[in-house]
Design a protein around this ligand. Structure first.
Ligand code: TRP
Length: 444
């Protein structure tokens, strides 16, 4: 009895922990603040929040439902959903595109995670303590222009990712997310407190929450939508793969809301910790991918106990990145495992491809940004669009209803309408807007 209870408790939490671990990562702490800075703040944040609510949450429920119905890897789960609806199994294309997207994301994600690892080392050795803000900015530039150093940390991060996936994602993830993610959140709150006391908090909040729609370009809207997918790990099957492990008696809707809320709060807190430092120190909000590494060390370098504190912080960021990166290749590895390929081998092959792509990001100009744009702004929204259409229009309504059986009739119907109409229409509209077609059609 004791034993059974324990197993039950563990499996009940496994999905939530794994999915939260996948969602919370560099997307929240590194990417969200930096793109918010690039696209001018407030209005971008508002569009991003709207995308989470109207597209991200419904699509996450759809992904989990497919995964839990199929109880296997994303490719085979979509095949099962299609077979159940007696329609073409070509819908498994969603899964194949996702495997590719995951690999492509891993390539640049691992380079950034490498930066975080480098900052663990720098923090521990006090490399930037007592430096002025401008020197700290230059300190990041030094890393970004040192290819060998970046390659070394990127290599280490790929080895870590590959090793966890080789052992099995679901087995090892529990304690990591269970203990370390709350700790990361606490440290973010401490940073927030520091920014509130020492930064230009008002200017920071104004920047993030004053909505100036004149700054909002079509590309900003597309980036906000893309980031909603990126930060929740949607559109490529990661959450579908984890959904296969979700117990029948867990609530898809409630779990989704918890994950989306945690993920959003962490991103907002990271932004609110970073921007007051930007304005208090005369730094550039739109400086790009180095934003987090040029700002947070400013706080660490002047706070008591900064060396220990910053070492732990960057270590936790690296671990958050690891619990995300493993979900980037898990769908592909799980798929190959079902084809009879041993986990160790497929993890190795995926790691090698990811490693080579990361090296290309480091050595060849333009590769990093192209991979980011192609995945975040095109492949993930496209994958999400197909997932919404698949669940909303292709899978049998009864099959889907069964996955959401604990959800009341009104809630289910609202979700169903959003998934069938609003989410797909939203993604298509943003694509057309980016292509300039909405203007040509005279719709806007
Ligand atoms: N969500 C993660 C982050 O915010 C990144 C990530 C992990 C991801 N798995 C994913 C993004 C799958 C898109 C798809 O850092």
């Amino acid at each position: 009895m004791q034993q059974a209870n324990f197993v039950g408790w563990k499996s009940r939490w496994t999905f939530i922990l794994a999915a939260t671990g996948s969602a919370v990562g560099l997307g929240n702490i590194w990417k969200f603040p930096y793109i918010t800075g690039e696209y001018g703040g407030g209005a971008f944040v508002l569009v991003y929040l709207a995308c989470i609510l109207l597209v991200g949450i419904p699509v996450m429920m759809a992904e989990i439902s497919i995964g839990r119905f199929g109880r296997t890897d994303p490719i085979h789960s979509t095949v099962r959903g299609a077979q159940d609806a007696k329609t073409t199994t070509a819908w498994s294309l969603i899964g194949f595109m996702g495997v590719l997207a995951g690999l492509m994301i891993l390539m640049f994600y691992s380079v950034v995670a490498g930066w975080a690892l480098d900052y663990v080392w720098q923090s521990a050795t006090g490399a930037y303590s007592n430096l002025q803000a401008t020197a700290i900015e230059e300190n990041f530039e030094a890393l970004a222009s040192d290819n060998t150093r970046q390659l070394a940390w990127h290599t280490l991060f790929i080895i870590l990712t590959g090793s966890v996936v080789a052992v099995g994602v679901i087995r090892g993830i529990g304690t990591v997310v269970d203990v370390l993610m709350p700790l990361l959140f606490v440290l973010l709150l401490v940073l927030l407190g520091y920014s509130w006391a020492n930064g230009d908090f008002e200017a920071g909040l104004n920047f993030m929450f004053r909505f100036d729609f004149s700054k909002l370009t079509a590309e900003a809207v597309l980036t906000a939508l893309g980031h909603a997918f990126f930060t929740l790990s949607l559109g490529m099957g990661a959450i579908m793969a984890y959904g296969a492990y979700m117990p029948e008696n867990s609530s898809v809707a409630k779990t989704t809301l918890v994950i989306a809320l945690l993920d959003t709060v962490i991103a907002l807190v990271a932004g609110m910790a970073i921007f007051p430092l930007v304005f208090a120190n005369g730094l550039e909000a739109g400086q790009g991918a180095g934003l987090m590494f040029a700002t947070l060390p400013v706080a660490f370098s002047s706070m008591p106990g900064g060396v220990i504190f910053s070492t732990i912080f960057f270590l936790l960021v690296s671990i958050a990145a690891l619990s995300s990166s493993i979900s980037l290749i898990e769908p592909g590895v799980a798929w190959l495992e079902r084809q009879g390929v041993q986990r160790v081998w497929s993890a190795l092959v995926f790691s090698l491809i990811g490693w080579a792509g990361g090296a290309a990001c480091i050595y060849l100009p333009g590769v990093f940004d192209s991979l980011d744009f192609a995945t975040t702004n095109i492949m993930l929204p496209l994958g999400g669009l197909l997932i919404a259409i698949f669940v909303g229009w292709i899978m049998r309504r009864n099959t889907v209803r069964k996955q959401l059986r604990d959800t009341g009739e009104l809630m289910f119907n609202s979700w169903y309408v959003v998934t069938r109409f609003i989410a797909p229409a939203g993604v298509i509209a943003v694509f057309l807007y980016q292509l300039g077609l909405l203007q040509k059609l005279g719709w806007i």
